[in-house]
Design a protein around this ligand. Structure first.
Ligand SMILES: [Zn+2]
Ligand SMILES: [Zn+2]
Length: 295
């Protein structure tokens, strides 16, 4: 078992990178063969989202180092809940870390939806008109910093081990890519897997532009939090319109630069409070959703 942990610790960056590339490649091909949305320019769409990899690198690097330093500190000082409850057994430690960190991601996601300034950052992810595997990459650098700072806080609070965090991240890479894939599981399979885990069927409901769907299915890896706290929603795939019910015009999400400006936009972003489509008074062109819905 120790060899396994050492291997994960030693090659964690390589494992995550290879896994990520492999999963994107696999999902890309699954979408080409079985994708449910086909009438869009896949390469052009992906090229906008790929830019986020590069722009997020400095934040990832700096906060990644801080997280490693924090784990080292909690290890030396025996700080955090896992140390407090004297959980040393590897399997138990991993299960507890996993549940704590996943619950942390659930809370983080709700906060990103409820606090207006944070929602404007998170709206970058939600503003994608077609959710496919490349949407996984679509995260504003400011949100990236906020998210990793939250992770740092949860790592400090939990006192988790480095290998447990890496192992959880590896599982998270799988589920995040899986959640965004432009493909749906059959109803029966989705029901069974969705009892515990977030499926593409569930996460894509979260990308629907109307309430209460936008503010539902916040779960990261596990769907149990949504079931426990009443934020669970289901919706047939053909009814889902991805995006946000904001005063956005095509020019606001037309290119990479304009997407980056979303958190600083002077237009109000509702945070998804309305239960119907929001349109700006006297707007000069129909919103994206009016266009979509009139087709
Ligand atoms: Zn969200
Ligand atoms: Zn998403």
């Amino acid at each position: 078992m120790n060899h396994f942990f050492n291997f994960i610790i030693k090659y964690n960056n390589e494992i995550q990178l290879l896994l990520f590339i492999g999963l994107i490649f696999f999902s890309w091909n699954v979408e080409n063969a079985l994708g449910i949305i086909t009438n869009y320019k896949k390469w052009k769409h992906a090229s906008k989202n790929v830019g986020f990899i590069f722009i997020n690198l400095p934040g990832q690097f700096i906060l990644g180092l801080l997280i490693i330093k924090t784990i080292h500190w909690t290890g030396v000082n025996h700080f955090g809940l896992l140390y407090y409850f004297k959980i040393h057994n590897s399997i138990l430690l991993f299960v507890c870390s996993f549940i704590m960190l996943d619950f942390g991601e659930y809370i983080y996601h709700i906060i990103m939806h409820k606090v207006k300034r944070l929602w404007m950052m998170h709206a970058v992810h939600h503003s994608d008109e077609v959710v496919d595997v490349s949407t996984t990459l679509r995260e504003h650098p400011l949100e990236n910093i906020v998210r990793l700072t939250f992770t740092l806080f949860w790592v400090l609070l939990s006192g988790t081990a480095f290998w447990a965090l890496i192992l959880r991240q590896i599982i998270q890479v799988f589920t995040t890519v899986f959640a965004h894939i432009n493909y749906r599981l059959s109803d029966k399979t989705a029901k069974i897997i969705g009892l515990i885990f977030i499926t593409p069927n569930l996460h894509q409901v979260h990308h629907h532009y109307m309430q209460p769907y936008t503010n539902s299915n916040y779960g990261d890896v596990l769907s149990i939090w949504d079931r426990i706290f009443g934020t669970f929603q289901e919706m047939p795939a053909e009814k889902i319109v991805s995006g946000v019910d904001v005063y956005m015009q095509k020019k606001d999400i037309g290119n990479f630069k304009s997407i980056l400006k979303i958190p600083f936009g002077k237009y109000r972003i509702s945070g998804g409070k309305q239960d119907k489509i929001t349109t700006m008074p006297n707007h000069d062109e129909p919103t994206l959703f009016e266009k979509k819905l009139s087709v």
